[in-house]
Design a protein around this ligand. Structure first.
Ligand code: XMP
Length: 593
């Protein structure tokens, strides 16, 4: 079978590359970059991924120089571009400005992997600190960006192609054409399809489970529902015990909706466990995002274990099923060279241990959401389930920011005609493949998408203290931000109830106005910040457009709908301001924690 090897230097996007190669009909495999040349020789092409390290750092992941002499076509991306330049005699240095997010790629010569593009300008996604400063002998430069003269290079004789940006992310214009052309150059046969995946996966489940049964935690979202139908197809519903845990962090009325939904989708026995009190007790006084995530993941497991014991499910006869999809594992630091962005609830250490023991089954763990939806449709799940917005396992808990004490910030942000106020909280971001935990800045000024769209990336590229930019939509008291005071507190029932009310208003608006389904997901975030007053809270709207959540753009909704929504949100007792998150991913993750 023809395959492309992806040599993983720890990029957030290595598996996304595999997804893209599959979408182009070719099987691929992810390998360690120091894999032996004799093995690499057997692949039709090699893609060298990005990664968080710097090639000049002696401890950075390496590759044998011999790989470049194998005669197998090579595509180097981001870190893969830099290490190729470095190993072949060029020079890589720390960039004066990093590029995090969209940049303008100028195709100078449409050849090599750029052959399907026309000479001209393309919006592409980049995320890097270092840049190439000198290109090795034998390489020619065929593309650049305003901040990087050596963005795309080619060595025609050796069939080596390198690019600094990420063609694999959806937001890179022309990215799929670059990968498609690389596959053409490799001559790999295109024989992967979603039907083949389903067939192979059902066989794999039958083999792995043997005569055991599966205990499946199901959330009502698309991932666990698709996992259920695959397992049910392979094993029959009678060998699956499906349980839904109500954590108390679901959307308003969601638990009853999900119960009805799953019944309709053919899950015959859904067992519900009411864990609301346990979750609120466990999280009392906890404010650190990673601590919160760990408690939530561990409690899922504790409940699962207790229920198994009560039901007398012998651990030797039962496996634990999870609807993990690929982005959940990579962001938890799933591969050797990757940085940990956040711990997803189904990747806490105890689960990792069970995986090692072979006691977990995750049929869709290699897939991305777009592929999961394709599998769901093929398996006959109704559209309204397959098209649901993703909703993270820890639910509203990771959208309810908590503070022990104010988290002050001292930075003077110059945002031109916009007034800028850095806010005394932090949120999680991802920059240059690394986790960041930094402050947001709130802008005030014209409600003009053209201006806001260009301001955001400039500020996060320039100010180290900042990883998110917000637009101030409405304030309860006054017409501009005078003071922002922190309201220390943890996850209480009152705060979650407040967030549920706000989230309900937001989701009603989104479902009403987003007829073209531009919005992939829209977190509503509760911030413990009081604007021009004391003791209040604020709301952030975070609509994003994406296809696989590895990268995302904030969605530009119509201003009249936003203003109307903000007015309604300010009616909720205690809400003092409404912000709109205008940060792409990178540099900001979709969720705030
Ligand atoms: P971020 O915030 O990392 O999110 O840009 C990427 C996607 O993953 C979802 N997400 C989770 N899903 N368990 C999940 O099942 C989790 O712990 C978790 N954390 C984030 C997030 O909602 C988005 O769709």
């Amino acid at each position: 079978m023809d395959k492309i090897a992806i040599l993983d230097f720890g990029s957030q996007f290595s598996h996304l590359l595999a997804n893209r190669v599959r979408r182009l009909g070719v099987y691929s495999e992810i390998l360690d970059p120091d894999t032996d040349s004799d093995i690499l020789r057997q692949y039709k092409g090699l893609i060298l991924s990005g990664g968080p390290a710097s090639v000049n750092d002696p401890s950075s992941p390496q590759i044998h120089a011999g790989v470049f002499e194998l005669g197998v076509p090579i595509l180097g991306i981001c870190y893969g571009h830099q290490i190729t330049m470095h190993k072949m005699g060029g020079r890589v240095q720390k960039g004066v400005v990093g590029e995090y997010g969209l940049t303008n790629f100028h195709v100078k010569e449409a050849r090599g992997v750029l052959a399907q593009l026309d000479p001209g300008h393309y919006q592409v996604y980049a995320s890097h600190f270092d840049s190439v400063a000198a290109v090795p002998e034998g390489f020619e430069v065929i593309g650049s960006t305003p901040d990087d003269d050596f963005t795309a290079t080619i060595n025609e004789e050796k069939k080596i192609y390198t690019i600094q940006f990420h063609p694999e992310v959806t937001h890179s214009e022309g990215g799929m054409k670059i990968l498609d052309e690389f596959i053409n150059i490799t001559g790999a046969k295109r024989d992967w399809s979603i039907d083949k995946f389903i067939e192979e996966e059902i066989n794999a489940i039958t083999e792995k489970v043997g005569d055991k049964k599966v205990f499946l935690l199901i959330s009502g979202g698309v991932d666990s529902s698709v996992t259920y139908v695959l397992l049910a197809k392979a094993l029959g519903p009678e060998r699956i015990y499906a349980m839904y845990v109500d954590t108390g962090f679901m959307r308003k009325n969601e638990t009853s909706e999900i119960q009805a939904f799953l019944k309709e989708a053919g899950v015959p026995n859904l067992h519900t466990y009411d864990a609301k009190d346990r979750y609120f007790d466990a999280l009392e006084g906890k404010t650190d995002p990673e601590v919160k995530r760990k408690i939530i993941g561990d409690l899922f497991l504790e409940i699962q274990r207790e229920v198994s014991a009560e039901l007398g499910l012998n651990p030797d006869e039962w496996l634990l099923g999870q609807g993990t999809i690929y982005p959940d594992t990579i962001e938890s630091g799933g591969t050797k060279n990757a940085d940990k962005i956040k711990t997803h609830h189904n990747r806490v250490p105890e689960i990792e241990e069970l995986i090692k023991q072979g006691k977990i089954i995750e049929p869709i763990s290699e897939l991305y959401k777009d592929e999961v939806r394709m599998v769901g449709r093929k398996m006959g799940l109704p559209d309204k389930m397959v098209d649901r917005h993703p909703f993270p396992g820890p639910g509203l808990a990771v959208r309810c920011l908590c503070l022990d004490a104010p988290d002050p910030v001292d930075v003077d942000v110059d945002a031109g005609e916009y007034a800028a106020t850095a806010l005394p909280v932090k949120s999680v971001g991802v920059q240059g493949d690394e986790r960041t935990y930094r402050h947001p800045v709130a802008l005030e000024g014209p409600a003009d998408w053209d201006k806001l769209r260009t301001h955001g990336p400039k500020l996060t590229n320039t100010y180290n203290e900042i990883n998110r930019v917000l637009y101030t939509v409405a304030i309860e008291n006054g017409d501009k931000i005078e003071t922002v005071s922190a309201t220390p507190g943890s996850m209480t029932r009152d705060r979650i109830t407040m967030l549920q009310e706000a989230d309900k208003l937001v989701m009603e608006t989104i479902y009403r106005i987003d007829k073209d389904k531009l919005v992939w997901q829209c977190p509503t975030v509760l911030l413990p910040l009081s604007v021009n007053s004391e003791g209040g809270e604020s709301i952030v709207l975070r609509p994003v457009s994406s296809t696989e959540a590895m990268t995302a753009n904030f969605t530009e909704l119509p201003w009249d709908a936003i203003n109307e929504l903000a007015k309604a949100l300010l009616q909720i007792e205690g809400i003092t301001a409404v912000f709109y998150d205008i940060t792409n991913k990178p540099p900001g993750t979709i969720e705030w924690e």
